[in-house]
Design a protein around this ligand. Structure first.
Ligand code: GNR
Ligand code: NI
Length: 173
């Protein structure tokens, strides 16, 4: 297993639409395992493959609390097949936008169909933090970031901050 570097705003790769995997083969399983290790190390509760610069529709999630047994979910080609009319607000953060947190409103519950680590079709109904996390990660697969759900003022403010920080670091030289 390996800890992979996480790309950050304003890296343009975060805006790519990721491609479905044709099957969950050994390469995809290795990606899932490396992503889990990277996510636990960060630490975070979810990670999409594009955050480690791989444009595949693969994500990992573990919303278990620190005192609970780990509950890793390995997910390929997820599809939201139903979402509730009821909405919920959660304060979100993103490993690709470090140290920035804002409230985001999303459907309270979602039903997600996906392929698991064994390539088996699974369907799960998620609520609470798990629902928020699935929606946040599936957004990443479509090049969407949680700041896209905020006002233009907030989004432009945080984007400019990260562009400036990248410039000061000399990222594009
Ligand atoms: O670690 C994470 N925490 C989090 C908190 C609220 C809503 C979504 C998330 S996902 C985030 C990790 C991440 O950036 N995944 O893409
Ligand atoms: Ni994120």
């Amino acid at each position: 297993m390996a800890i992979l570097p996480i790309i950050e705003l304003p890296d343009p790769r975060l805006r790519l639409v990721s491609q479905p995997v044709s099957e969950v083969d050994a390469e995809v399983r290795k990606l899932m395992d490396d992503m889990l290790e990277t996510m636990y190390d960060a630490p975070g509760i979810g990670l999409a493959a594009i955050q480690v610069a791989v444009a595949k529709r693969v994500l990992v999630i573990d919303v278990a609390k620190e005192e609970e047994e780990p509950r890793p979910l390995c997910v390929a080609n997820p599809e939201i097949v139903w979402s509730s009319e009821e909405k919920n607000v959660y304060q979100e953060g993103c490993l690709s936008i470090p140290e920035y947190y804002e409230d985001v409103e999303r459907p309270e519950k979602v039903r997600v169909r996906y392929l698991d680590r064994d390539g088996k079709v699974q369907e799960i109904e998620a609520d609470g933090l798990l629902s928020t996390c699935f929606q946040h990660e599936i957004d990443h697969l479509n090049g969407v970031l949680f700041i896209d759900h905020l006002s233009r003022l907030k989004r432009e403010r945080v984007t400019k901050k990260f562009v400036k920080a990248a410039r000061l670091r000399g990222d594009d030289e």
